[in-house]
Ligand binder design. Structure first.
Ligand SMILES: Cc1cc2nc3c(=O)[nH]c(=O)nc-3n(C[C@H](O)[C@H](O)[C@H](O)COP(=O)(O)O)c2cc1C
Length: 188
């Protein structure tokens, strides 16, 4: 399986990266191809909502020429996309939000009988870490992610929230166990 990660945390050795490391180790040990895309190093403009992409059903068709085009191409070719983010003010990081908004160019005719998507049937998963608990804090991110598969015609492969994070060094084996179980689940 071809797996890509849209890594939305700017911290290369932060909490999200630590959890992702365990996921990477597990899926690679099972023979899967894994690419981590560090979004902070990419130039990804916000969606212009020009809807020019909707005129070209079978291609990405975005008028903007930035790093999002290559990333969206990788998304189209992936079997599984892992969206990874720290919780920032009850939402995803700006880096991840920018590329999510640009996935507007991956589908056409949403809500119409001929709705089509370049990522139809793709598995998509979410990893979020935060300083607070899930309750009254992380829900908005999981609600939004759960809806993203509708326009994408994708499949929700799994979701993982690691809350009450302090530093990566403080993550114990119980979190590693959750990450490994999550890795096994999302490749099923
Ligand atoms: C700008 C900013 C906003 C944050 N907002 C939240 C929040 O709304 N809820 C929460 O639980 N943690 C929040 N945090 C804490 C981070 O989500 C948490 O430390 C996370 O694990 C950091 O991940 P990283 O080490 O991969 O960057 C925020 C941190 C920053 C820097």
């Amino acid at each position: 399986m071809k797996i890509i990660v849209l890594q939305g945390s700017p911290r290369k050795k932060g909490n999200t990266a630590k959890v992702l490391g365990w996921v990477e180790e597990e899926v690679k040990s099972l023979g899967h191809e894994f690419e981590n895309i560090y979004l902070t190093a990419k130039k990804i403009n916000g969606c212009l909502a020009c809807a020019k992409c909707k005129d070209i059903p079978d291609s990405i068709g975005c008028v903007q020429k930035d790093d999002a085009i290559e990333i969206l191409g990788k998304m189209v070719r992936a079997d599984l996309v892992i969206f990874a983010t720290p919780l920032y003010f009850w939402g995803v990081s700006a880096q991840l939000k920018a590329i999510i908004d640009r996935t507007y160019s991956l589908y056409t005719r949403y809500h119409e009988p001929d709705h089509a998507s370049l990522v139809e049937g793709q598995r998509q998963a979410l990893i979020a870490t935060g300083g607070g608990p899930y309750e009254n804090n992380a829900e908005p991110v999981f609600t939004a992610f759960g809806r993203l598969q509708n326009p994408h015609k994708a499949v929700n492969a799994g979701e993982l929230y690691i809350g009450k994070c302090t530093t990566p060094d403080n993550m114990d084996d119980s979190i590693k166990d959750q990450a490994v179980a999550f890795a096994i689940k999302i490749i099923q």
